[in-house]
Design a protein around this ligand. Structure first.
Ligand code: UDP
Ligand code: MG
Length: 309
């Protein structure tokens, strides 16, 4: 049985060799039945040269897929999965925050429990600030309410998948890919395994708060149309309220006949309604933009070099 390990790498020059040495050491004999698929996601440092070295000097099955520019981790994951040949496929980061030992644990879980089709690792104890944790909690609450899927909080891309799950994921043709959603959307039985996340071996994380925020919005747009419904409901509510308000103004003017007063009310109403309108246009625009990108049907990534043996 062949195991494929997909490793997305973006500016990981100080980590790839360390990662390779670690996985070879941890896997031992299993390396004979393992293919390592490094996806160089348009790194601007020496990552590709180091991967080339690993490829040339390694006795094991190695593939190096190198993109023409940075297409993002989602694209790197897709390229890795599409080019994997294993009966089992694992996804792991290159920075050693996720120890390769856990892949062995995931394999024994699938062996012992054949009813499961994949294993997803989740962080038992998150090493992040309270504010970030609060926003992440909110995101999972919102997305789970808005979609029919159950996205498990803290479940990462660190997974082991059976071939049928990989095929299902690759059969999804969308360009705006949100893996966390895709993993849930395809279904199958997933075992959630707790794991301890390590400190990054070298380098810095590529995720800023802003990037995470945009990613969260993209995730919601990719898997739910509830925001569009909310926008319509807001429109209806505003119509009803403004109708009531109109009646109040007319009655008030008829009784007291005071045509001049009311500027603050008027100003706040204009600002409020134009704000709501802009927000609604923005929500619709976001869906339209995603639709535009999907319709153009551009490839998710462009491969510049492909080393394979
Ligand atoms: N990564 C990638 N493309 C990107 C950003 C990240 O392939 O545009 C890879 C990165 O090299 C690492 C993994 O995705 O192997 C996770 O990234 P990172 O460690 O920055 O994320 P974090 O662990 O902080 O969530
Ligand atoms: Mg990391």
């Amino acid at each position: 049985m062949l195991l494929s390990v997909v490793i997305p790498c973006y500016n990981e020059e100080d980590n790839v060799e360390l990662f390779y040495d670690t996985i070879v050491h941890v896997f031992g004999n299993l390396m004979k039945d393992t293919e390592l698929i490094f996806v160089n996601d348009g790194s601007r440092d020496e990552t590709f040269r180091r991967l080339e070295n690993i490829y040339k000097n390694s006795p094991y099955q190695i593939k190096v897929i190198s993109f023409s520019r940075n297409f993002g981790k989602e694209a790197a994951l897709l390229a890795g999965l599409q080019n994997s040949e294993g009966d089992l496929v694992s996804i792991i980061d290159a920075d050693l925050q996720q120890r390769p030992e856990y892949i062995l644990e995931m394999m024994s879980i699938l062996n012992e429990h054949p009813e499961y089709d994949s294993v997803a690792a989740y962080q038992e104890e998150r090493k992040e600030g309270r504010i970030l944790s609060f926003f992440k909690n909110c995101f999972y609450k919102i997305i789970n309410k808005m979609t029919e899927m159950e996205m498990v909080r803290s479940a990462s891309d660190f997974r082991l998948l059976k071939r049928k799950v990989v095929d299902a994921i690759c059969s999804m043709p969308e360009k705006c890919r949100f893996s966390k959603g895709i993993f849930s959307w395809v279904g199958f039985n997933t075992f959630y395994m707790p794991y301890q996340v390590e400190e990054r071996a070298n380098g810095v994380s590529k995720w800023s708060f802003w990037k995470l925020f945009v990613y969260a919005i993209d995730g919601i747009v990719a898997f739910s149309t509830v925001p569009l419904t909310v926008v319509s409901l807001a429109g209806i509510l505003l119509c009803v309220l403004s109708g009531l308000f109109m009646v109040i103004i007319v009655v008030k003017t008829l009784i007291w006949g005071d045509p001049v007063a009311g500027f603050p009310t008027l100003a706040s109403l204009v600002l409020f309604t134009s704000g709501i309108q802009l927000l609604c246009t923005g929500v619709i625009g976001h869906y339209l933009a995603k639709n535009y990108i999907e319709t153009k049907d551009r490839p998710v990534y462009i491969v510049k070099d492909f080393l394979k043996k």
